[in-house]
Write a protein of this length. Structure first.
Length: 256
């Protein structure tokens, strides 16, 4: 199924489960066909009507140029309208930052959860510009390596292993052009304190107890910036959160 965003872009989605609407927002490189949401959705379906979608430029969704963060917020707005006019929203990683941006924009979101939005600072690096430079030269693999090594600090041996997993590497390269989109959503990777202060809906910022200190600090900073927001740490979890652990925490917050 598709919804049409404000700029005419078709956004592909699927719906499952029963109950109030809940939209899941992926992080970098992920889509309905690749990433954590396929395993997370079944954990939530008994209590929610779950909407999974391909962010623009990924999977079966369109990718109208030029890109802007506002267009991604409008994509969520179209999905919320399709879901009946209001929805809960859960975002993982940079998808969490996008979910918070949508809440700050005043979309009809009931409650929002952001799991480990990576506001970890850029150290002065122009992540978006560096990604665009590599992609402009046709070096999708180089953009992926830059994202993994320089932006999210994946150990070099793991990056080599990923490149040897040809099927996975090929799928990642296919959506590498969307990496600057996530960099734009992250707005320099600094907590947008003033923007978050405008959120007026119940908000939960979460991180795993075994994740990096930078991501823990980011989640706490988000909770501090949003008026009345809650913070929760999930025991034993990292950035690659276990859906069976995340789902109950999310459901508890949304239904409380």
């Amino acid at each position: 199924m598709n919804v049409i965003s404000k700029d005419g872009t078709a956004i592909a989605f699927e719906r499952s489960g029963q109950g109030p609407a809940l939209i899941l927002v992926d992080g970098a490189l992920c889509s309905r066909a690749f990433g954590p949401m396929a395993k997370l959705a079944p954990q939530l379906e008994p209590r929610f009507t779950v909407y999974r979608y391909d962010r623009r430029g990924r999977g079966e969704s369109g990718d109208t140029a030029p890109y802007s963060k506002q267009r991604e917020v409008e994509d969520l707005e179209a999905l919320i309208k399709e879901a009946g006019g209001s929805s809960y929203v859960l975002g993982l990683s940079s998808g969490g930052a996008l979910a918070l941006e949508a809440a700050a924009a005043g979309l009809p979101i009931k409650k929002v959860v952001a799991y480990e939005p990576p506001y970890v600072g850029s150290g002065g690096a122009d992540f978006e510009g560096e990604l665009k430079k590599r992609l402009a030269g046709g070096d999708r693999g180089g953009a992926l390596k830059y994202f993994m090594r320089d932006m999210v600090a994946v150990p070099a041996p793991f990056v080599v292993l990923m490149r040897l997993m040809f099927w996975t590497w090929r799928k990642l390269k296919a959506v590498a052009h969307t990496l600057p989109y996530d960099a734009a959503v992250m707005s320099g990777f600094e907590v947008p304190t003033a923007r978050l202060a405008s959120i007026r809906i119940p908000t939960l910022a979460m991180a795993g107890s075994k994740t990096t200190d930078r991501l823990k600090k980011a989640a706490r900073a988000v909770a501090d910036a949003v008026p009345g927001a809650r913070h929760r740490e999930l025991a034993g979890q990292t950035h690659m959160v276990n859906p069976a652990v995340l789902a109950p925490a999310v459901a508890e917050f949304f239904t409380s």
